[in-house]
Write a protein that binds this ligand. Structure first.
Ligand code: SF4
Length: 93
């Protein structure tokens, strides 16, 4: 389960050493908009990645606006941010 209540990121990138995408083509993770199949392949790699949570946490906390991180593309992350923001508002009220 992702620890999405906390979007702060500790400046530690050790997780990158275990990235399942280390030898994958960068274009898979940063596909051209008209090539959605690239995003799908990247997400399949992410699904088996042992550092998926850290990767997603990094992308959210550093506002990565493009590419697939932690199994989520930019639209997925926008939706997730919205859900987190809504949940925080509910908890604060
Ligand atoms: S979650 Fe995906 S993008 Fe992140 S390190 Fe793993 S394979 Fe790479």
């Amino acid at each position: 389960m992702l620890a999405l209540h906390d979007l702060t990121w500790e400046p530690n990138e050790d997780w990158r050493q275990e990235a399942a995408c280390a030898d994958a083509p960068t274009e898979l993770f940063f596909p051209m908009e008209e090539d959605p199949s690239g995003s799908r392949l990247a997400k399949e790699i992410c699904a088996a990645c042992p550092v998926r949570e850290a990767c997603l946490q990094f992308a959210l906390s550093t506002n990565q606006s493009e590419g697939v991180w932690g199994g989520m593309d930019a639209d997925d992350r926008r939706r997730l941010r919205r859900r987190i923001r809504d949940r925080r508002r509910r908890l604060a009220s």
